[in-house]
Design a binder for this molecule. Sequence first.
Ligand code: ATP
Ligand code: MG
Length: 300
Amino acid sequence: MPREEILNRIQKYVHPFRITKGKGFRLKDFDPDDTRGLKLDKREATELLQRGTDWLAEEQDILYAQDRWSLLLVFQAMDAAGKDGTIKHVMSGVNPQGCQVFSFKQPSAEELAHDFMWRYSKCFPERGRIGIFNRSYYEEVLVVRVHDEILRRQKLPKPLVSKRIWDERLDDIAQFEDYLTRQGVTILKFFLNVSREEQEKRFMERLDKPEKHWKFSASDIHERRFWGDYMHAFEEAIRATATKHAPWYVVPADNKWFTRLVVAAAIVEAVEELDLTYPKINAEKKKELAAARAELTGKT
Ligand code: ATP
Ligand code: MG
C-alpha cells in the first residue's frame, strides 16, 4: 500500500482525538472505550502496529541524519492507563541511540530548590533525537494542583502563591512550549484517557497475578479518591496548552491495542509533516566519496 494511502487511513484514528485549540474542550466528550468502530483481533492489531513502528524507525533514521529537528513526546495519564506499555510498543522499532526516555517521579530536595522547569529542561531532546517524557512538567499542574501540600514543599515566596497560580503556571508552560517549538522541537502530548472502571479492573489484575504484584502500589489506590480533581486538572491543562504546534491527543485508553495504534499513528503523521529527507551532500563531499572508493578498490 502506498504511503499516501496509509496516511489517509490512519488520519481517521488520529484526528478525532487531536486537540489543537483548547477553547471549549470538555473531557466528557471523549469516550475512553472508543475504537472508532474498528474491531481487530490481536494478530491484526499487532500487524498494523508493526507497520506504524517500522515506518517510525525509517523516519527516525532521517531525523537523526538531518540533526536539525527533534521530537518531544509527552505522556500523561492516571495510573494503570498504559503509559509504560504504550511507550515500549510504539518505540520498539526505533534505534535506541536516537531515543531518550525520562521518567519523572517525585522531585528530590535538589530539584525542589530550583524553579519547577529546571529538572525537565535538562532533559529536552538533542537535535535529531526523539525525547520521551514518561510524566512531565504537566505534573506541576496535575498532582501538585490536586495536593496542596506538594505545592507547599516547593518553597515559593508567599506573595507569589495566589489563586491565579495554576493559570500562571499553565501560561508559563504554554510559553515554554512556544519557545521550544521555535527551537525546532516538535511537541506531541498524549493523555491516555482511561476510565475509572477500567482502572479498577487493571488494579484487580495486579492483585490477582503474582507477576504483576511489583506494579502494585497502595498509593495508586489512594489517588483514585481524587479522580474528579484530576480530571478537572487535566481538562484545565488541555484547555490552556493545546495548540497547533503542540497539540494534545486525548487517546482512548480502555483498549490497549487501540491506544497503541492511535499513538503510533499520531507520531507517524507528525513526523511525516516535517517532510524529512536525508541531507544532500555538496561537491566537496562527493569528491571525498569518490576518492574513498578509488582507494578501497586500489585504483589510486
Ligand atoms: P509506574 O507506576 O508505572 O512505575 P509511575 O510514573 O506511576 O510509573 P511512580 O513511581 O509510581 O511512577 O509514581 C511517580 C509519582 O511521582 C506519581 O504519583 C507522580 O504524580 C509523582 N510526581 C511526578 N512529578 C511530580 C512532581 N513534580 N511533584 C510531585 N509529585 C510528582
Ligand atoms: Mg505508579
